[in-house]
Design a protein around this ligand. Structure first.
Ligand SMILES: [Mg+2]
Ligand SMILES: [Zn+2]
Length: 269
């Protein structure tokens, strides 16, 4: 079977440049109420309660969708997604947002067709016209058993499935993310894979401050423009392995990536 690349994107602050839950809540003027829910509930339960409250206040699902459509999505990231797809990569999303938010935003930007799989918390409109957001993993039934992750989702469980399939098909992976919840799945990557953490965000901090357990080659990015350039460099390097490596390490981010690698290597030794 032909070799290929599977690219897994986190969604919030990786594809869009905000947290979709906070974006909706803030746009509709419920920031304080949401903060109240978060005092006593896990995030995923708090956002479901928040949607019930929003419904009670007479706000329609269309108004929620309208708010989602104003979430910032850098055109460079849209371009990166389209280019990666046209170069034959398989694109997936693994996100702790929810299906309704992600589908709405991707459709608004005409990006849904580029993704073969979206793994996220269920989000649907119930018979009362209320948006419900449920946990990906039903933690009321049993725990997923991972201490690193929130009770509703351990992304490792999902990424391990994607990784096992990729290995059988002789495919390598690129994983892009920003958050704490992206650390656990990063541990599933092999040294043949690439990890793209967002610089100065929680995943990047963990990678810098803890002993290295991640085997994948790490390349950090800051802006949408960086993400596009770096992702396409990695894809092209993969597609043209004879290309001299020297030409690839030309910009600041590549140098930072090398710094991260060398910092972390230094800690192992
Ligand atoms: Mg994120
Ligand atoms: Zn986990």
């Amino acid at each position: 079977m032909a070799a290929g690349l599977v690219i897994v994107f986190d969604f919030d602050k990786t594809i869009i440049d905000s947290d979709s839950d906070n974006h909706v809540v803030d746009s509709l003027g419920f920031t304080e109420k949401f903060d109240d829910f978060l005092l006593t509930l896990p995030w995923n339960s708090a956002i479901d309660n928040m949607m019930a409250e929003i419904h009670k206040q007479g706000i329609s699902v269309q108004q929620i969708a309208d708010a989602l459509n104003t979430a910032p999505l850098d055109p460079h990231i849209a371009a990166a997604i389209k280019s990666a797809h046209s170069l034959g990569c398989e694109l997936k999303i693994v996100s702790d947002a929810n299906k309704f938010y992600i589908d709405t935003i991707l459709e608004h930007h005409d990006l849904a067709k580029y993704f073969s799989e979206i793994h996220t918390n269920p989000g649907f409109i119930d018979q009362d016209g209320k948006l419900r957001i449920l946990p990906f993993h039903d933690f009321h039934d049993s725990s997923h058993g991972c201490d690193l992750c929130p009770p509703n989702m351990c992304k490792s469980v999902i990424v391990k499935g994607i990784k096992d399939k990729a290995m059988k098909e002789n495919k390598r992976m690129i994983y892009l993310g920003d958050g704490k919840g992206d650390y656990c799945p990063s541990l599933q990557l092999s040294k043949m894979d690439y990890l793209m953490p967002r610089k100065n965000y929680p995943l990047w901090d963990i990678l810098c401050n803890t002993p290295l357990l991640v085997k994948a080659e790490i390349h950090d990015w800051s802006s949408g423009e960086d993400q596009e350039r770096l992702l396409l460099q990695l894809i092209r390097r993969f597609l043209n392995p004879i290309q001299p490596a020297q030409g690839l390490y030309v910009d600041v981010n590549e140098k930072n990536a090398m710094l991260i690698n060398s910092n972390i290597s230094a800690k192992i030794m």
